[in-house]
Design a protein around this ligand. Structure first.
Ligand code: PMP
Length: 318
């Protein structure tokens, strides 16, 4: 496999959380040559620990590495490292239903490289932290979104389709304004060409349920991250017999929707209560029945309280 030689020699192991030593000329510090993943470890009702579709995170990291000129870590190397990190932190995985252990694997250009070239060496670093619900309310509380028309998260040909660290710094300002000045939970970003098609929210993908029951989510055109939660929800909806369409979704199609929700590892599934576009607030008045149904299925499978019929869960030995 590409880059296997580099990764096979990677040493390291589990160490206490603390500062890393890296060269001031590291590719990641100078040119943002780095990416990350977000994963969670869940405590099942019988006290075991499970992770969700880790191979998908590994494959997405590989794709990102190719875009950022870094050698892709082999899938098994990546997943084994994640499992070791979870096993070493088993005592920090909250009890069933009380939170999760969030995992942050990063592939970083840690070698020194003064000129604008790929760094000569790379590191896979994983840290973990127990977390509760992502937005300010409880898990199932609806969120209010500010539709961002001035700043864009990604443009065609950029790195929006992968989890490059550089995608996130430009979102800090619009996110801060949306929270502090407008009192919203986050921004919904639009396409950078027409400012009319919805893309994604700061750290999650978006779904709209039309009045006729059709579910729409923006297609992956290179500016939207291919969420593992997104692909799982599409499958859950199809298994429920729903029609799911991946296509360009306009802001009007969103506000015409019966219900809408966001999906992501940190967030899980979260209903959208309202979106504010050009100063006009639109509230969703549907009963959120579908949002609730997919939330229960996904979180039930992830936390081990519903049977994992699709082979999405991997147990951690500790
Ligand atoms: N979009 C962006 C920009 C994100 O950062 C994330 C979080 N990884 C997502 C979508 C959702 O992806 P996932 O379901 O894999 O967490």
């Amino acid at each position: 496999e590409e880059g296997a030689a580099v990764w096979a020699t990677a040493t390291g192991g589990v160490m206490a959380y603390g500062p890393l030593q890296v060269s001031p000329a590291a590719g990641v510090l100078n040119y943002g040559q780095g990416l990350f993943e977000g994963m969670k470890a869940y405590r099942t009702p019988d006290g075991r620990i499970a992770i969700f579709r880790p191979e998908e995170n590994a494959k997405r990291a590989q794709e990102g590495c190719r875009r950022l000129c870094m050698p892709p870590p082999p899938v098994k190397f990546f997943v084994d490292a994640v499992k070791r990190c979870v096993a070493a932190n088993a005592s920090h995985v909250p009890p069933h239903g009380m939170g999760t252990l969030y995992l942050r694997p990063m592939v970083l250009g840690t070698g020194a490289q003064l000129g604008l070239f790929p760094a000569p060496t790379y590191s896979l670093v994983i840290y973990a932290s127990p977390v509760g619900s992502y937005f300010r309310g409880k898990q199932a509380d609806p969120i209010d979104l500010h539709v961002e028309t001035r700043f864009h998260r990604a443009c065609s040909g950029g790195s929006g389709g992968v989890k490059a660290i550089g995608n996130y710094a430009p979102t800090l300002l619009p996110q801060k304004k949306a929270k502090k000045e407008a009192g919203k939970d986050n921004c919904l970003y639009l396409d950078s060409v027409e400012n009319r098609y919805i893309e994604e929210v700061g750290t999650c993908n978006i779904f709209v349920v039309a009045k006729d029951g059709t579910v729409r989510t923006p297609s992956l055109t290179g500016t939207i991250l291919s969420g593992i939660t997104r692909m799982s929800i599409i499958q859950i909806l199809r298994d429920m017999g729903r029609t799911v369409v991946e296509e360009r979704v306009s802001i009007d199609q969103l506000t015409d929707g019966e219900e809408a929700f966001v999906t992501g590892t940190a967030v899980g599934v979260c209903p959208i209560g309202s979106v504010t576009f050009n100063g006009v607030q639109h509230s969703f008045t549907g009963d959120r029945a579908l949002t609730l149904a997919v939330t229960e299925e996904l979180s039930g499978v992830q936390t081990g309280s519903i049977e994992d019929r699709r082979g999405w869960i991997e147990a951690i030995e500790f």
